[in-house]
Design a protein around this ligand. Sequence first.
Ligand SMILES: Nc1ncnc2c1ncn2[C@@H]1O[C@H](COP(=O)(O)OP(=O)(O)OP(=O)(O)O)[C@@H](O)[C@H]1O
Ligand SMILES: [Mg+2]
Length: 278
Amino acid sequence: MLNIENLTKRYGKFVAVDNLNLHIDKGEIFGFVGPNGAGKTTTMKIVCGLLDATSGSVMVDGVDALKSPDDIKRKVGYVPDFFGVYDNLKTMEYMEFFGSMYGMNRDDVDEIADGLLELVNLSDKKDVFVDTLSRGMKQRLCVARALIHNPDLLVLDEPNSGLDPRARFEMKEVLKNLGAMGKTIIISSHILPELSEMCTSIGIMDRGHLVTAGRVDQVMNHAGGNTRIHIRIADMNNFEDVKKEIDDDNKTSAEDVERIHRRMLKKQMQKRRIFTGF
Ligand SMILES: Nc1ncnc2c1ncn2[C@@H]1O[C@H](COP(=O)(O)OP(=O)(O)OP(=O)(O)O)[C@@H](O)[C@H]1O
Ligand SMILES: [Mg+2]
C-alpha cells in the first residue's frame, strides 16, 4: 500500500528526514512513534501530498505522491496535528462542506456522513455547532471528515494528544473499527505503549532516522517494552533519606540503586529489630 524509498527532506541545511525507507501493507495499522522533532509530521505531510520532498520516492497504492499530489489527495485522508473546525458550521454541515470539496453530490455526502458520524459516535451531535463539541469529539469529527471520500489510506497525526483517558479509549475504539473495516492507517504518537495496543506494526523514528520498524511484538522487545521494573519502597517516612543516598552517590546503574536500596532497607529493619538476610 505504501512504499517509501530513500526519502529525504531538508529545510535549508537542516535534514528533517534522512534517507527513510518504509513499507506498509494494505490493512495494517502502523504506529509512528518518536520524540518531538523526529520527523513524523514531515513524513506524513509528504505521504499526503502536502509537502515536497528533497529526494526519494513515495508510492501510495501505485500513485506517486511526489509527482501527483492531487491524485494522492483522493487516495488519502489526513487528520493534522493542529486543525480548525469552522466554528460557524454545524456538525453535519461540516461533513457536507468537506464532501463538496471532493466533488461529491449532496445525497451521497449525507448518506456517507450519517454512517461516519455513527462510526465515530457523534450521531446525536449532527445539529450542534462544532465549536460546542468537546476536544475529543472534535478529534473524532476530524477522523470522520477525513474518511468522507472513502480514502484507502488514513493518516492521523497525534489524534490522541490532549485527550483524557476516556476520550483516548473512544478514539481507540474508532480506530479498531476502522482497522476491522480493512482501512490502512498510519497513526503517530510520542507514546509507544499507547500505540502498541491498537497497531499491527510500529516504526520508531528519531532525528530523521527510522530506528526500527516491524511487528508490534518485535519492536516492543527491541525497545525493552516488556522489561518489568520492580520498585519497593521500604518506608515512605524515610524516602528522603533514600533519595539523599542516591543523590550523594551520584550513580545511576541498576546495581547501584539496588545496593543503596538494600542498605537503606537493612538500616530501617535493624532499627525495628527485624532480621534480614541481606
Ligand atoms: N517548515 C519548517 N521549516 C524549518 N524546519 C522545520 C519545518 N517544519 C519542521 N521543521 C523541523 O523539522 C524537524 C522535524 O519536524 P516534525 O514536525 O516533522 O517532527 P515531529 O516528529 O512531527 O515532532 P512532534 O512530535 O513535535 O510533532 C524539526 O526539527 C522541525 O523543527
Ligand atoms: Mg508532529
